[in-house]
Design a protein. Sequence first.
Length: 409
Amino acid sequence: MRIFVKAIKNDIVSILLSIMFFYGLTNPAFAQRVGRPAVDFSGNFIGFILPDGSVVNEENNKIGSLYSDIYVIDKDKNIIGGISPNGLVIANDRKYLGMVKADGSVRLPSGKIVGQITPNGQAIDNTGKVLGVAINSGSVVDYTGNIIGRIDDAGSFVDNRGKKAGYALADGSVYLFSTVTDEPDRLIGEILKTGTVVSSLGNAIGLGLPSGVVVDLQNKPIGKLIAGGVAVNNDGKVIGSISKTGLMVLNEGFLGGLARLDGRVWDKSEKSVAKIINSGDALAENGSVLGHIIEVGGAVVDLNGVFLGRLFPNGIVKNTKGEELGTIGVNGYVFDASRNIIGGLVKQGAAIDNFGKVVAHVMPNGEAVDNEGRVVAKQMPNGDLLNSRGELIGSVADVNKIVLDALIR
């Protein structure tokens, strides 16, 4: 599938586009965009993707175009939706929920429809509440770059011997079942991430392939991917990481553009305004931090850790009734019209206590569950986890960043 990016006089982007063009010819995943359904951020079907990148509704009227191979934009370049993700759905209790079907519906194994999928992979019910997240079955990579197994269609981790030995969580992390009583399940890797690889300076240097190999412009292998979306060379030295996509929130708390697959942030005039590094920071050309990349469509919790609503592409947070509650700002906090903090964006992933022990996992709705899927805490807007007694049990850790920092040191 072609990547529809306006031609610019920028060597780095030109290199990236050449890589992506080659990848599109040699990997059917890009071609599979064609004919795929498009949905809005409320999970409603809006149209289909055509070979030229146009998006048409059921009456065959053009409603927008595919943008950066992810989003759908209208004629005014506003994001109105995105490609409906494929995959299985992991529920908020850490367990397998069902599958995403071709029409964007989320169905239980019985075939019953329980919700719809959004472009960022969140499964929501007819009231707008988050039920879980879609993840892809596929290869699992460890923290040294070895493919150690795969995720099957039920969310189970199957090792290279064909044994079901663990499970995947909504953030793509993979855990091995503990064989010792009272010992927690062990984090062993994650579902392999692919896409544009950017250096620590935010420059595009190549592409991470589904095989786990990283190639440059000449399709020459220059390294491999390890868990955390990190790219290393043959000596194990970090050379980059998979670029993030989403909205750039400036340090001043305003939207500054959209992070695309090419590892850069672009404004509506198609001007490149920043480049992205592994931490999700957006850098100016002089290396100064302009802002941070956040997920489009993510869930938001209030000051008590209760689900408040979801973030829409224009930076507005709406509740399940569609009412506007506030706008996204710096550090993922949500502000009302008077600029008071009313909540924050959910940070998914492992929660770690003061001793570095994983005590829970934060799911897409902001609830933290244990290995049995029981809710043990709620996430606060700053990432802290409080139990039912109001006690701090840990905070969400960026495990991928920890791994990257450890490798760099």
